[in-house]
Design a protein around this ligand. Structure first.
Ligand code: SAM
Length: 350
């Protein structure tokens, strides 16, 4: 046995233990509004922060100390106060920032609450359906992906498909499959007022939120269908169909891709995003790959297996997507040149 390898692995596991507990405390800071209370507040003591948030001072103090050790916030030794820098606030407290990570805290801890049920599934098969995965999960997913839709979707992601932006500006028919709480649908509707955007998702809680979001934004060119992707209208066919981070979750991803093929206009384009990783786990030994692979049995694979689905898992990679696209009948498959650490994007044509 190599003692160095033993030591490295043991340290890595202890580091992961720190990360897991830090995520739990991050969840508390996010949900109880502690991060937001610190943003722009300057140096604060635990007493002041507890008063401001209405929380117990002893818990707040211990939380602050953990956040300092995690390097999420700073500590000023001279004054004995805690401070959130502008950069830290940009990442931890500003919901509209492109780098906001509140959705990561929000998604991770409630996902881990399902571990006893997942252990049952390890023993007996099956899974946890999306409607039972936890009340917070759709909201967490919304917050996790929202920064990308808000800042990059309309310009950078769709802009990577030659000729697509002028077509959308002129007025096109768009479908957003597996639209969740509608952040991507609304972002497209807002950016392209001459286009009509139809979001479709089978989770009624998500679709209710999506409808409210469109209403708050005063959009009359966005509508939502509550139902499976199979309900996607085929007449008239769509100029653009999108699906963001949802095909791999589906019970019948191959069937959905075939429906998308049927619903796409002859000269239309299907823009499809999947987690940015290789289909080979041994090529994903990095923090992002590690996150995707561990999310898979705790969420993506299990929501599909709950309904006897295909259970593709979170990480299908470009290779998996290509194979699925070929089987669905798409003649053209291209990986778009979009630099993004979390997602890879494909453009498909009939
Ligand atoms: C990981 S979430 C992504 C949601 C959204 N695209 C986003 O980026 O926020 C996956 C979504 O796919 C939806 N979904 C899964 N299978 C579906 C199906 N067969 N038809 C419609 N929606 C489906 C789920 O309800 C869920 O909202």
């Amino acid at each position: 046995m190599n003692p160095k390898k033993i030591e490295e692995l043991a340290f890595r596991v202890v580091g992961d233990m720190g990360s897991a507990f830090t995520m739990a405390l991050g969840y508390i800071g996010d949900r109880l509004g502690i991060f937001k209370a610190m943003a722009g507040a300057g140096p604060v003591s635990s007493v002041e922060l507890a008063r401001k948030t209405g929380l117990n001072e002893r818990y707040v103090r211990e939380w602050l100390r953990a956040m300092v050790a995690a390097e999420y916030i700073d500590y000023d030794e001279q004054s004995g106060r805690y401070v959130m820098t502008d950069e830290q606030a940009f990442v931890l407290a500003n919901e509209d920032s492109p780098m906001f990570v509140g959705g990561s805290f929000h998604f991770t801890t409630p996902s881990i609450w399902n571990v006893p049920k997942i252990m049952d599934a390890f023993r007996n098969g099956g899974g946890i359906s999306y409607s039972e995965i936890g009340e917070e999960i759709p909201l967490a997913i919304e917050r996790f992906f929202r920064p990308g839709y808000l800042h990059f979707l309309a310009k950078d992601w769709l802009g990577a498909v030659p000729g697509l932006i002028p077509r959308l500006e002129k007025g096109a028919l768009v479908a957003d499959v597996g639209c969740g709480c509608g952040q991507s649908t609304v972002a497209m509707g807002r950016a392209f007022p001459n286009s009509k955007v139809v979001g479709i998702d089978y989770d009624h809680r998500s679709v209710e939120r999506a409808k409210k979001l469109a209403a708050v934004n005063g959009l009359s060119n966005v509508e939502f269908i509550r139902g499976p992707a199979h309900d996607l209208p085929r007449d008239p066919r769509f100029d653009l169909i999108t699906s963001f981070d949802c095909i791999h979750d589906m019970v019948n991803p191959r069937g959905t891709l075939r429906i998308i093929w049927e619903a796409l206009a002859d000269d239309g384009v299907y823009v499809w995003s999947e987690p940015n990783a290789s289909h080979n786990a041994h090529e994903n030994k990095n923090p992002v790959g590690k996150a995707f692979h561990s999310i898979s049995p705790l969420h993506c694979m299990t929501v599909s297996l709950a309904h006897n689905g295909e259970g593709l898992g979170t990480v299908i990679g470009e290779e998996g997507a290509r194979e699925l696209a070929r089987e669905a009948g798409f003649s053209h498959f291209e990986k778009l040149p979009i630099p993004n650490p979390f997602n890879q994007f494909f453009a498909l044509r009939r």
